[in-house]
Design a protein around this ligand. Sequence first.
Ligand code: GLY
Ligand code: MN
Length: 473
Amino acid sequence: MFAKEVYIARRATLVGKMGENVPQGSRGIALFIGNAESPAQYWDNAYKFRQDSSWLYYFGLDIPCYAAVIDLDTAEETVFADDVEIGDIIWMGPQPSVASLAAGVGVLHTAPSGELGNVVARAISQGRPVHYLPPSRWYNTLKISDLTGIPVAQVKEKSSDSLTRAVISMRLVKEQCEIEQIDDACALGYEMHTVARNNVKVGRIEQEVVGIMEGVTLSKGWGVSFATILTQHGETLHNHLHDKVIEDGKLMVIDAGAENNMHYASDFTRTLPTGGRFTTMQKDIYRIVCNANELAFSLTRPGITYREVHLATARLMLEQLRDLDLVRGDVDEMVSLGIAGLFQPHGLGHNMGLDVHDMEDLGENLVGYDSNQIRSAQLGLGSLRMARKLVPGNVVTDEPGIYFIPALIDKWKAEGTDRGFVNYAKLEAYRDFGGIRLEDDVLVTEDGARRTGPYRLPILPEDVEEAMGNALS
Ligand code: GLY
Ligand code: MN
């Protein structure tokens, strides 16, 4: 946990934001529901516990079945949870009291869980607004429904817009203590990828590499920050199958990150030549992705929108794909028609922090778009999850990719979606190419940007080949 002053200051800022332009006496209460254990098969065999990220941000306590209320008119804060009894102690060992845990994050008042319903009911009966965040877990959805009387199906839509926006505005700008945690998670992510790279060997099964790589973060951190992607079929963007034997001459996409013990994420992608050397054809495409990654980083600074950075990388890709005669024609027209989406049907990046896709549970558009930005419907640009004007403290991923997806190529060809810009005859040779993605994590600073973590994974094709050649067999 951070020092209790961190949580006290965050909650005070939140209360301040929730009071802006709302007269005292009519601000209501903010209800926070921490996560509960989630059974894997039966109640006593639960998935590994992961606390709700907004709960962690404001209350820090990494324990199931906690809740809290902040009275937005008086700033009084109460944590609701139950002290353990002998029945629990037998299985869990002695635990600190709820009061002492709450005091550790600067909350002075505590009450048993059963009291929460009365507090919410009283607020409702007095006509006071009950603000809560949109829940993503079903337990929390049911709990909020139970507490407020809102039907389950309406819990999400009736969540508090003002609370959600206030939380997003805070979590989007990382504090120094958070940046240190992200750097730590990135150090772990670097180590994961280094171990994976050293273990990519022709003849092995992909799953072996996954196991060795995930062992790194399990031995030093909480685990992985999302389900690992490690595949020779990188043209499937989120391919979670790891059942193939590693063959020579393929491209291995490894998109994996660590969650450290404070629950901050890293998210890196590297694409390796399975036999240790890229073919000329692979290297030509790889360099384009590498150039796009570098261009995005060089443009990332306060004041630019990440939408502009995404579009600049789309333009670079189309220019350089045109040099390979894979597309033909005017690049400006291709950019505006979204032709890059055939090759990169995803966005350039997303926010990262306590979640690898930070706060997407609170609403992708609220998190990733300024109020004057409208999300595109184009393939690729429409999947851009972070489009906002950048400010110091934002942490974003820089993850361009080029993929050759046979089903998508066929669809565009059949439907004429490319308006004549794509050279399908040349594209035929790339049908079993796979895909390439290269991803770094980037902090926006006062005057530019820096990549997070102490070291950068090799990315230039020559450096990747050298690193693979140096791996101990
Ligand atoms: N690293 C997986 C993703 O960004 O979707
Ligand atoms: Mn990512």
